[in-house]
Write a protein that binds this ligand. Sequence first.
Ligand SMILES: [Mg+2]
Length: 301
Amino acid sequence: MSVKIATKTQVETVLDKYDTFLFDCDGVLWLGNHLLPSVVETLTLLRSHGKKVIFVTNNSTKSRADYVHKFEKFGIKASSDEIFSSSYATAVYVDSILKLPKDKKVWVLGGSGIQDELKLVGYESIGGSDPTYNKELDLDDPESPIYHLDPQVGAVVVGLDTKINYFKSAVTMQYLNNPEIPFLATNIDSTYPHKGLKLPGAGTCVETIACASGRKPLTSCGKPNPSMMDAIVKAHKIDRSRSIMVGDRLNTDMKFGREGGLATLLVLTGIETVQTLNQLEKDVQPTYYSEKLGDLFELLQ
Ligand SMILES: [Mg+2]
């Protein structure tokens, strides 16, 4: 059974047991444009106890540098090396796990966040935000990129592309005709929330390409895939037995933490409720739950 964090002693126990705190962002730190109570104080408290703090988001359209600005707007101090987006997770995967040679290029169907992160680990990417592809596919043009694939492309990455079109999809598919070229997804979320709307997520771009190419992605680098946890552990050299994943979703955040060998803390400020928590089998319940992240700070006062 999950233990509810409701006393000062329980907070002290959590502070004793864990050195690294991984956080989902939306629904944990903020809800849309609204910062949740005592979040800044809790993060400051953890840092003052020497805890490592890592932020884990499935949004691949932004780079870590873009996220630093978002955090600043909320008054949260974070450095780019504390932020793990699926764009960065994908770049680390290509570099550390796929071990793609640095003279190879990556074809990207997705946003500039992916390209920025690939560049930081030393890969040239093509496609992505290149405006060349923001038009109709012209099969009568002998110069069209669809007839001139770059032989240096050694991997294909697909994430959320808000300008996805037939031209880009067709070129992506041509690269995947080569079975030697790995197909990676940044994440496979079917939707993402924005200003009260549910919008098509990265998974819809991935499925378009999977359907056309007849191939499934080798991996999806975002939560809850263990490859993202492997990449975090590798980049930050964390001890899984002394780390805890904090999130508001059972099927991504809590699954990600549990299957990655971490303790888990579910906060009830986002998707889940006590009812959805109680419907879970005991062996997959989070280690802890609390009404909100800020309770860690408030209970200690
Ligand atoms: Mg969330």
